[in-house]
Unconditional design. Structure first.
Length: 310
């Protein structure tokens, strides 16, 4: 009798066990960043965010045979008002499959040239008044994400590669819009990182190429990047970024310079300096200053803020 009951219980438990094993792994993450800031070009301080506050959900699901399904969607918002920053799922909204072949995703996704190249050169990561990523590398041409995209990522030893394309109509309203395309490679070996990327947005004449390098000496991390391209108005644009990050106990001193020239004329010459202190694993206190000598007015900006990540 006992053996019969045990066998029956085991058979009944099989579907429950299979269901438990197939339950997706879900991660909830985000950050809230708010402080006081006087941006370059403004004449007064205001409550603002130094980096995009967000809350996101991502997960994977085992499909068997070495394959996994994955998904992710991320909401961006302004913590000082609670208002949505753009569309509801501005950060990302994607689904895909990954395995030994790499990773294939579809939806609203990051551009390879941005995620593998441009975003790793600026020590400020494009955040705070000291950021130089847009000034020296993106040049008003590059996109961060595109809607309706298909993206492939592959890793081969220390080499990472990514390719993406997207729906033309969702990327531009121009009558002559074409499917946007981007490709990037990133190579890591010990303290050295080298990266290169190209991007052809949806408009007819715009294109951008970027190269960059990062080297971690231990006592300091240095970075440099260079971009060249053509705007949708067929104007030649070039720029570069130099970066430095020096660990100081629980904190880090950051410095960067970004320069941009349009048709040979310097339009941006920005210097950024800041100190970011990790009060805990989650909480960072930061203060930064940025100065753009080419700004029309109020050339210097300041900020002081708190950033909580979870």
């Amino acid at each position: 009798m006992h053996k019969t009951l045990l066998a029956t219980a085991a058979l009944l438990a099989l579907p429950l066990t299979a269901a438990a094993q197939s339950t997706p792994a879900l991660t909830i993450y985000g950050k809230v960043d708010v402080g006081q800031r006087r941006a370059i070009g403004e004449d007064k301080f205001q409550t603002a965010t130094g980096s995009d506050s967000r809350v996101g959900f991502k997960g994977t699901h085992d499909l068997g045979d070495g394959y996994q399904a994955f998904f992710g969607f991320e909401h961006r918002f302004f913590p000082d008002t609670g208002a949505t920053d753009g569309v509801m799922w501005k950060g990302v909204a994607q689904v895909g499959v990954q395995g030994a072949f790499g990773k294939l995703g579809m939806g609203r996704q990051y551009i390879p040239a941005f995620s593998l190249v441009q975003n790793v050169i600026d020590p400020f990561g494009g955040d705070t008044v000291a950021a130089v990523r847009d000034a020296g590398l993106r040049l008003g041409i590059a996109k961060v994400r595109v809607d309706g995209s298909v993206r492939y990522d592959g890793t081969f030893g220390g080499l990472s590669v990514a390719l993406s394309t997207a729906d033309a109509a969702k990327a531009s309203t121009a009558a002559d819009a074409s499917r946007p395309f981007s490709a990037a490679v990133q190579w890591k070996s010990g303290p050295l990182l080298l990266a290169a990327g190209v991007e052809d947005p949806a408009d007819a004449k715009d294109e951008l190429s970027t190269v960059g390098a990062v080297y971690n000496f231990g006592v300091a991390k240095v970075s440099a990047g260079y971009s060249t391209g053509t705007t949708k108005d067929d104007l030649s644009v070039k720029g570069y970024v130099l970066g430095l990050a020096v660990p100081m106990g629980k904190g880090e001193i950051k410095a960067a310079y970004g320069n941009q020239k349009k048709e040979g004329v310097t339009t941006v010459a920005k210097l950024g300096l800041g100190y970011h202190h990790a009060w805990s694993k989650q909480l960072t206190v930061y203060t930064d200053v940025g100065n753009d000598s080419k700004a029309a007015a109020h050339k210097t900006g300041f900020d002081l803020g708190l950033k909580y990540e979870f």
